[in-house]
Design a protein around this ligand. Structure first.
Ligand code: MCN
Length: 801
């Protein structure tokens, strides 16, 4: 049922938006012609390797670099004291009462996670650099470690960042508690629970995940001592943001820093943040005045890329006698890792607590979150970032509630949905859902899986000793980050608009520049579709440029499924400004009144006189020729815009997984996976489908296979692809997709985001299916990842009871 792609030439101009045009990115990616950071070679280039802590928590007793320095081919070895710059990584999102302990580029007194950087070695080639890094002798005195966020804030837990004498922590607050945050109305929620007919409880963990982008992080830095320009090619999802942050970290003027993201092999959030390594590479290049390259090994990727998730949560739901949800109470301990990563404070708070109403009309909600420092790498955004944690909790507890009151889980959802006429719907947790129709996706999914038929089949199978189950996930997410003013009120230290420039060339072709920075999402295709639709210029005459601070005036980057909704809207705005100017020129040349001109199919003509007109391309030529344009008008045809969204967008859907579980072995087989998503209008249905597929693969990965495990010393025990089970093709089920379209009412394309939807929806669809299958055994909970051993143990424990 997969969508067929179409060649761009076969699509009529007026149907360009919404067509499944084949991705123009793919030929160069598939044939290996695309250039990634590590492909770039420079004469005289040096290589950097990082000396890292082997321990999760230790005092640094000494660093002896002499053995490394003496080696052939080693050019320099640096420790913390060698760089005279601020050298601390910034936090880009602040919360009331947030502790922001120093996050140095290189540790000199304490290391707080395995992989924390201690020194760097620069050498003529990569092997020499790594061998010399091994020769740096670091004396560490191991300290007790803590890796679990709940344990980290208990009395007696090892403290990661001792409070300074003048730091005023509230009484009772643990030094490992970076923040204590809440949202919703505690009193109202308590009252709802006091009056409830039924209460449901659920304790869950949302495990730590390693993002595992295919391309490791990499940087190539080059310094021109003549001009002071520092050029950085790096694996970035947001080059302008990296430029701004790095200018402070390494003390280099922003206008002399040039950051470019060449092709980037996936990020899933992990390449948003500002890590130490990229800044260290830049410092080495500036100091040595030679190009310096750093490429993470896969081990470094596992040990140092910011982790995702890491929640320990207790949820309680209150119901009335009819099965209506009357209250939700949530308490979460969120793992932040050893230091605050760039946007870490936002993820378990505003991107989590605000989504706890799910698709439901819940009159009272309260959520408290404690963010805890622990001896694991910093935790930050990973595909979904906060919303999967919210959706997982809501959809698990809703499923449990239905079982507890003996109601069908689909009907329980239907009973509690926000109704279509309630939109825009103000939740009890501070967001306003823009539009939605939740029964539509539920009905489509139930019909698609033949829900009634499945229930009969399930019953028959049980009689034969086979255990089938169906799991529903009615997810919602907030994306299209974000209205700047609101983001500012919530603590963002940045505006979250998006900027673009649409430039017509004199010959009539177009270059569209956008401040987003795609790394696999197909922006070159979808943005060209958007521009072709606005300007009526042939799709193949449109070039899209992203990811380079030298070419694109400003930008905020790609994350939070914002590129279509915010970047795309910015492109529409710029394109419309181009048309506005072009219209004045056309009116002038056609000697017509501007008000009488219409713009249709890329052509201006006088209303009612289609013969008398000019194409936009002809106008572009005239604009640059500038022989005959309106008095006082500047020549040229281009426009810039900064688009600031009015609201988030709220995609939603219903995913259903059907599984068969073998209670004797604990093996799970996903028989069917149906995804019905509503991402508003679709620019390119094939790309939407691809994004859904990729997201589901990662969500199924979380449900069944993945998990970053640390021992009691903070040593990563799943530090390679042998031990950390990223799903392979054979592990990803055949995905059946469908969609409904509820346009976003507040952006010009009517689009909602799609980049994270699958990851947000999938885990609980699979887990709910497994608990449904195991209902005859009384199993109602298995922790992710649902390894055969865990499933088997759950069955044994339940059977024993
Ligand atoms: N699109 C569309 N119609 C819509 C919505 C989106 O055609 N209604 C298209 C867009 O034009 C774009 C793609 O779908 O080509 C994804 O758009 P969007 O949802 O706006 O997400 P972003 O482009 O901002 O991408 C970010 C998102 C995130 S947050 C993560 S994490 C993620 C993801 O995208 N990481 C990815 N998808 C990924 N895909 C790849 N290959 N690699 C990653 O690292």
């Amino acid at each position: 049922m997969s969508i067929e792609t179409i060649e761009s030439g076969a699509v009529d101009a007026e149907e360009i938006l919404g067509s499944a045009i084949e991705r123009r990115e793919d030929p160069s990616l598939i044939t290996g012609r695309a250039e990634y950071t590590d492909d770039i070679q420079r004469p005289d280039m040096l290589h950097m390797a990082v000396v890292r802590s082997e321990y999760g928590h230790a005092r640094v007793e000494g660093i002896d670099t002499s053995q490394a320095e003496g080696r052939d081919g080693v050019v320099a070895v640096y420790t913390a004291e060698d760089f005279d710059v601020p050298g601390e990584l910034p936090v880009g999102w602040l919360l009331d009462g947030l502790r922001t302990p120093a996050h140095p580029l290189l540790a000199s007194e304490r290391v707080r996670y395995q992989g924390d950087a201690l020194a760097v070695v620069v050498a003529e080639d990569r092997y020499t650099a790594h061998d010399a890094a091994d020769a740096v002798e670091v004396e560490l005195e191991r300290l007790d470690a803590v890796t679990d966020p709940a344990a980290a804030i208990e009395d007696g837990a090892p403290v990661l960042h001792e409070a300074a004498d003048d730091e005023d922590l509230e009484p009772g607050r643990h030094e490992n508690a970076a923040f204590e945050w809440e949202i919703g109305d505690a009193e109202k929620t308590d009252a709802a629970f006091a009056d409830a007919d039924e209460t449901v409880e659920l304790e869950i963990e949302n495990q730590l995940l390693i993002p595992n982008a295919m391309e490791p992080r990499a940087t190539l830095a080059e310094y021109d001592a003549g001009t002071g320009d520092l050029r950085i090619n790096m694996t970035s999802q947001n080059p302008h943001v990296h430029r701004l942050l790095m200018s402070g970290v390494i003390d280099h003027p922003e206008h002399r820093l040039h950051v470019r993201a060449p092709e980037v092999g996936g990020g899933f959030g992990s390449k948003i943040h500002h890590y130490a390594d990229e800044a260290l590479c830049a410092l080495c290049a500036r100091d040595l005045e030679r190009p310096v390259k750093w490429v993470a090994s896969r081990t470094e990727t596992y040990q140092t890329d910011a982790l995702g998730r890491g929640h320990v949560t207790r949820g309680e739901m209150a119901l009335d006698e009819d099965g209506r949800i009357v209250g939700l109470r949530v308490d979460t301990k969120a793992n932040l890792g050893a230091y605050l990563s760039t946007f870490a404070p936002a993820i378990p708070t505003y991107l989590y607590g605000t989504l706890l109403s799910g698709q439901y009309d819940i009159p009272a909600i309260h959520c408290s979150v404690t963010g805890a420092f622990t001896n694991v790498p910093p935790v930050d955004a990973y595909r979904g970032a906060g919303r999967p944690e919210a959706s997982y909790l809501v959809e698990r507890i809703v499923t449990r509630a239905a079982r507890q009151i003996d109601m069908d889980p689909a009907e329980f959802r239907r009973l509690n949905f926000v109704d279509p006429e309630q939109f825009p719907y103000e939740t009890q947790v501070a967001v306003e859902y823009d539009s939605g129709d939740y029964e539509k996706t539920l009905d489509a999914a139930l019909e698609h899986v033949d829900y009634e038929g499945f229930r009969e089949r399930q019953q028959e199978a049980r009689e034969e000793g086979r255990y089938l189950g169906i799991g529903l996930s009615a997810y919602i997410e907030a994306c299209g980050l974000a209205p700047s003013e609101l983001a500012g009120q919530l603590g963002a230290q940045a505006g979250l608009w998006e900027s673009s420039l649409v430039r017509m060339q004199p010959s009539g072709t177009v270059t569209a520049y956008c401040g987003t920075s795609g790394h696999g999402q197909g922006h070159h295709t979808t943005y060209a579709q958007v521009i072709a639709n606005e300007l009526g210029v042939p799709y193949d005459d449109i070039e899209v440029v992203e990811g380079d601070t030298d070419e694109i005036p400003q930008g905020m980057g790609t994350y939070g499924s914002r590129s279509a909704a915010v970047g795309g809207s910015s492109l529409v705005t710029s394109a419309r400004k181009v048309v506005e100017k072009a219209k004045k020129i056309a009116a002038h040349q056609l000697e017509a009144d501007e008000a009488d001109l219409v713009f249709e199919g890329g052509e201006f003509h006088v209303e009612g006189a289609p013969g008398r007109g000019m194409t936009l391309q002809e106008v572009a030529g005239a604009a640059y020729l500038a022989h005959d344009i309106p008095d006082g008008m500047e020549p040229g045809l281009e426009a810039t815009s900064f688009y600031d969204p009015e609201n988030f967008t709220f995609p939603f859907g219903l995913h259903a997984a059907i599984v068969e579980v073998d209670p004797d072995s604990g093996e799970i087989e996903i028989e069917r996976y149906v995804a019905v998503d509503d991402v508003g209008e679709q620019i390119n249905p094939k790309i939407v489908e691809g994004q859904i597929h990729g997201g589901i693969a990662q969500g199924v990965g979380q449900a069944l296979y993945e998990g970053a495990e640390y021992d009691e010393n903070g040593t990563l025990v799943t530090g390679s692809m042998q031990d950390y089970a990223v799903p392979k093709a054979e592990h990803v089920p055949e995905i059946e997709t469908e969609s409904t379209v509820t346009p976003c009412p507040h952006n010009p394309l009517g689009v909602k985001g799609v980049g994270e939807a699958g990851t947000i929806a999938a885990p609980q669809a699979v887990v709910n299916a497994v608990t449904d299958a195991l209902e005859p055994f009384g199993v109602d909970d298995v922790e992710m990842p649902l390894t055969p051993e865990r499933v088997w143990r759950a069955v044994q424990a339940a059977e024993v009871n």
